[in-house]
Design a protein around this ligand. Structure first.
Ligand SMILES: Cc1ncc(C[n+]2csc(CCOP(=O)(O)OP(=O)(O)O)c2C)c(N)n1
Ligand code: SF4
Length: 278
């Protein structure tokens, strides 16, 4: 009997493109990129069967750094593009990458409805509590008392709570990860890809340029003490009462993912052009 396990076909390096990231040295997004390619190697989908979709922001540059199909769209609209793609091409694995500005501010409405629709996407948000690309404006997750040149004395506005909002809106998988733990983040992303329906993964990913104090996050994060639950009420209590640094899969539900209705007459591009002709 031959009990040799064949080696995996795809290594993490094969999911990387030749384009070198231009993030600031020390930015958390470097390790998120590594975690994404590691996760893809864990699930062993060939790069041409994976699409990475994003909006605009430092974090949203990720598609260009992978060898998969990529779509770097407009600010806040990654989930709309990804939803259309997944419904039209259910055979693809679709990953969506965003930042807290892109995903929770201008894209906030799309976030709610993507959770509600439960299309089989894996949505990773690199949350650094700031708009990095546009030089440090407060985002929806910025602490109300964060004092900066652009928000003297702080905004005084309560922070958005992405995980509990995702859960309440119907996301089928809710997790928190920390970019400093590359292996743990890769495992959570791989679990999100494997889980049917809309998987939401919030990744704490420090912006060392505009929020250098976030380097301290590595001392604050800790592994979730209890395993994931499929009970939304229990998950809500956990998420609402944790300290924001509880890392792991917090909810894994069993809601059936959205499937496009079958039986419709096929509609080609020519038919669509006729329908919308002026
Ligand atoms: C419609 C539109 N509005 C505003 C902008 C400017 N803009 C580009 S990136 C960005 C914020 C990005 O912040 P975030 O999503 O948190 O990503 P980060 O750069 O921190 O990774 C803004 C406001 C834009 N490109 N398009
Ligand atoms: S500005 Fe912040 S988020 Fe953007 S690359 Fe630099 S450290 Fe990363």
């Amino acid at each position: 009997m031959n009990d040799m396990v064949p080696p995996p076909l795809f290594t993490a390096a094969q999911y990387k493109s030749a384009t070198k990231p231009i993030w600031c040295p020390g930015c958390g997004d470097f390790t998120v990129l590594n975690a994404v390619t590691k996760a893809l190697a864990l699930v062993q989908r060939p790069p041409h069967e994976v699409a990475v979709v994003s909006g605009i922001g430092c974090s949203s540059r990720i598609p260009a750094y992978t060898s998969c199909y990529g779509f770097h769209g407009v600010h806040g609209r990654s989930l709309a593009a990804a939803t259309g793609l997944k419904v039209a091409r259910p055979d693809l694995t679709v990953l969506v990458a965003s930042g807290d500005g892109d995903g929770y501010s201008i894209g906030g409405n799309h976030f709610l409805h993507a959770c509600r629709r439960n299309v089989d996407l894996t949505y990773i948000v690199m949350d650094n509590h700031v708009y990095g690309m546009t030089k440090g404006q407060p985002s929806p997750t910025t602490e109300p008392d964060w004092d900066s040149k652009l928000s003297p004395g702080g905004t005084g506005v309560r922070s958005f709570h992405p995980l509990v909002i995702a859960l309440a809106s119907g996301a089928n998988f809710v997790a928190r990860a920390f970019s400093g733990d590359q292996t743990g983040t890769a495992e959570i992303i791989a679990a999100g890809i494997r889980h049917p329906g809309f998987s939401f993964i919030e990744i704490l990913s420090p912006c060392v340029t505009f929020r250098p104090e976030q380097r301290e996050w590595k001392n604050l994060v800790h592994e979730a003490a209890v395993p994931a639950t499929d009970d939304p009420a229990r998950a809500a209590r956990r998420i609402m009462t944790d300290d924001g640094f509880n890392v792991g899969i917090l909810y894994a539900g069993e809601r059936a993912p959205y499937r496009a209705p079958t039986g419709r007459a096929p509609c080609g591009v020519g038919d669509l052009e006729k329908e919308f002709a002026l």
